[in-house]
Design a protein around this ligand. Structure first.
Ligand code: TMP
Length: 207
């Protein structure tokens, strides 16, 4: 028994807030949960995160892909796999689908290559549930304000491609993906997410 849930979305969509809310809800239910984020979540991963987000850094798209993969591989080996083995519920704020959306659809790297690298980085692990908070890039970036990092500084067309990539992936795997309108009130979004997660928890015997 294990449950792996990932949160995905563009800039400013509120996924970190929702991931935290779900983690707190699981704690209230006395369920064993782990909350992590990508890139990062390990000592090595946090170093990679700083480099990847630094706005003065000029990184080739293929190098970027490999850096995200390196951070992910470490996170899977160090935290995710052991937690799932201990039957914990793992919530990850971004995972492999971010790479397909950002490096595949956004940077336009070959999708087959991105998926191959992802396969290596994830050690073959796939999320049971992907929660995608859908928001227009215009609104997401406006929510972010002025402290923009290397990704937020990308042109609008990049962010639009990222969103299209997410929507395509969600359409391809409707059972795994939950698409939530990120313009809804926070509380409503949490309720929708809990509906999907609760269903899985019952199905897996946690509740
Ligand atoms: P965030 O977690 O604070 O949103 O920052 C992570 C940034 O890195 C965000 O702009 C999305 C980007 N990203 C990728 O481009 N590819 C990836 O595989 C991941 C995990 C994140």
């Amino acid at each position: 028994m294990s449950l792996f849930i990932t949160f995905e979305g563009g800039e400013g969509c509120g996924k970190s807030t929702q991931a935290k809310a779900l983690y707190q809800k699981l704690q209230q239910e006395n369920l064993p949960a782990v909350l992590i984020h990508e890139p990062g979540g390990t000592t090595l991963g946090e170093e990679i995160r700083k480099t990847l987000k630094r706005k003065t850094e000029i990184i080739h798209p293929k190098t970027e892909l490999l850096l995200f993969a390196a951070s992910r591989s470490q996170l899977v080996a160090e935290i995710i796999q052991p937690a799932l083995k201990e039957e914990k519920i793992v919530i990850c704020d971004r995972f492999s689908h971010s790479t397909i959306a950002y490096q595949g659809y956004g940077r336009k790297l070959d999708l087959a290559t991105v998926k191959m690298v992802n396969n290596l980085a994830t050690h073959g692990i796939k999320p049971d549930i992907v929660i995608f908070l859908d928001l227009s890039p215009e609104e997401g970036l406006a929510r972010r304000g002025k402290l923009l990092d290397r990704f937020e500084l990308q042109e609008l067309s990049f962010h639009r491609q990222v969103r299209q990539g997410y929507l395509k992936m969600a359409a391809d795997e409707p059972d795994r993906w939950l698409v939530v309108d990120a313009t809804l009130p926070k509380k409503k979004i949490s309720e929708i997410i809990w509906g999907k997660v609760n269903h899985s928890l019952v199905g897996k015997g946690y509740l």
